[in-house]
Design a protein around this ligand. Structure first.
Ligand code: SF4
Ligand code: SF4
Ligand code: SF4
Length: 257
């Protein structure tokens, strides 16, 4: 690949999955209309979903999933030691994601309920940045294919990718959609970072916060409005805690077993 006649080196990239459903990696592998372009712009060293070849000589690591075992901690640290740039992809990697719900209940009881007497190793659910330094985060459950390609373009040319600094409501209004609150449905859009084109509210589902908290959100007023609208504490906790997007925000009711 050349730019102004100057040969550009293809960055060597690798994809890794930890605790998650692999839906984010599948988004990338499934986008057939641009997959060839992507493969032309980068050299894929390791990507289990598309090839059994593996090579540890990568510079950029895209990492999906949250960290739930000591084995995963060690594996992630090795990836971090190799990668010049580490990108967390998806809500599980950026926030802990839906897996965090397990940490909100007694671990022994949860394992017993799900696995019975089958012995499994499982510890606290952590987002990647709780274990290693993360250079960039690409949120969403799953990630958006278009946003992934936008991020790759930035990383290749060495420009810092800036996620939207405004809430989902902005994109929702751009689509001229009726607010789901007017239908009696809760929505985390006012406190959630945009970038998904308000896909859930546009389909009358209300936002669950999978892209994480937007900067400078007014949580106090937002929670107050939810209460005024008649939503119960448990209902607010279930939605606000679902992806662990708002952890550390003390006005948000917590979901406990
Ligand atoms: S963020 Fe969502 S789609 Fe991606 S791995 Fe986690 S659960 Fe799956
Ligand atoms: S539906 Fe949700 S995202 Fe859309 S305007 Fe209402 S609160 Fe905001
Ligand atoms: S509307 Fe909310 S839950 Fe739905 S994709 Fe966007 S950020 Fe995620």
């Amino acid at each position: 690949m050349k730019y102004l006649g100057i040969p550009l080196e293809k960055p060597k990239v690798a994809f890794f999955g930890f605790t998650g459903c692999e839906g984010c990696q599948l988004q990338i592998a499934n986008k057939e209309e641009t997959l060839a372009d992507l493969l032309g712009a980068v050299e894929v060293m390791s990507f289990r979903l598309i090839s059994s070849d593996k090579d540890d000589g990568y510079d950029i690591a895209f990492v999906e999933g949250s960290i739930t075992t000591e084995g995963e901690v060690e594996r992630l640290k090795k990836i971090r030691a190799q990668a010049k740039i580490l990108v967390a992809i998806g809500a599980c990697a950026c926030l802990g994601g839906v897996n965090n719900l397990r940490s909100r209940f007694p671990l022994d009881e949860t394992i017993q309920e799900v696995y019975g007497n089958h012995v499994i190793e499982s510890g606290p659910v952590r987002k990647l940045s709780e274990v290693v330094t993360v250079d960039y985060e690409l949120p969403g459950c799953p990630i958006s294919k278009a946003e992934f390609e936008w991020l790759v373009r930035h990383v290749i040319v060495g420009v810092i990718p800036q996620l939207p600094q405004y809430p989902v409501c902005v994109e929702c209004k751009q689509r001229i959609k009726t607010c789901v609150f007017d239908m009696g449905i809760m929505c985390m859009g006012p406190v959630t970072r945009a970038g998904c084109n308000a896909i859930c509210p546009s389909n009358h589902m209300g936002c669950w916060g999978c892209r994480g908290a937007v900067d400078e959100a007014n949580f106090e007023s937002f929670i107050e409005i939810l209460r005024e609208r008649g939503f119960a504490e448990r209902e607010i906790a279930e939605r606000a805690n679902f992806f662990n997007a708002f952890s550390g925000v003390d006005v948000i009711p917590q979901l406990e077993g």
